[in-house]
Ligand binder design. Structure first.
Ligand code: FMN
Length: 205
């Protein structure tokens, strides 16, 4: 088996280490964050760090990279107080990946891809039309991770739209029925298949 100790890790080339450390923690969620600036410019960007923080209240978090360049999604959600999360399906991966390109804030990624904005129920941050899971979030708070200048952003789920065929009777969402992708590293997209579900685990007698 290949072994990387701290010394070897620190001596790796930037790209190799980036790929290695971004893939080593396993498959990650794949979302497009939709937001809008106070002057009305729509923005869309891919994020792979969205995590569940708790279900009551329904909170999500994500990690924002260091603010060494303008981070438009973050600026928008801080000033408008809202954003959307949109699950990425297999047919959307090329365009979804392209939203990570650095465009000026005056350029909307919706205009540079075939992804289309959708405004629902007066929520001004755009959803991605056709996304099988669309989540309307409010910006709640953020915490600086001082060890590397990243930021944990906390959002609250205020609207949830789920395509009918994915939603089970007990509230469980079967993601593979919607061809919803996962991210392997920084640039690999995959589709997992459900193996089985289990009962709530209890200690053995
Ligand atoms: C697969 C993938 C996952 C990404 N995940 C994140 C992430 O979790 N956090 C982050 O800050 N940037 C992430 N990025 C980078 C952003 O997509 C990129 O910085 C984008 O330009 C941000 O757009 P914005 O400035 O309009 O918000 C990711 C990029 C890719 C390709």
């Amino acid at each position: 088996m290949h072994h990387f100790g701290l010394k070897k890790l620190e001596g790796l080339s930037k790209i190799f280490r980036l790929n290695l450390i971004n893939s080593v923690t396993g498959y990650k969620s794949a979302h497009l964050i939709g937001s809008v600036s106070p002057s009305g410019n729509q923005n869309l960007a891919i994020f792979s760090s969205i995590v569940h923080l708790g279900s009551n209240p329904a909170l999500i978090g994500f990690i924002l990279r260091p603010k060494t360049v303008p981070r438009h999604s973050h600026l928008n959600m801080k000033s408008t107080g809202i954003f959307t999360l949109n699950a990425i399906s297999k047919s959307q991966i090329k365009d979804a990946h392209h939203t990570s390109a650095k465009y000026p804030d005056s350029v909307s990624e919706f205009d540079k891809t075939d992804l289309e904005p959708e405004i629902k129920q007066g929520w001004k941050a755009p959803y991605v039309r056709g996304a099988k899971i669309q989540i309307g979030c409010s910006y709640v708070n953020e915490y600086l991770i001082k060890e590397n200048d990243t930021v944990l952003v906390v959002g609250k789920i205020e609207h949830l739209y789920i395509e009918d065929q994915l939603l089970g009777e007990d509230g469980w969402i079967q993601l593979d029925k919607g061809d919803i992708v996962t991210i392997n590293g920084l640039d690999g997209y995959a589709i997992p298949n459900l193996i089985r579900r289990f009962e709530y685990a209890r200690p053995k007698e």
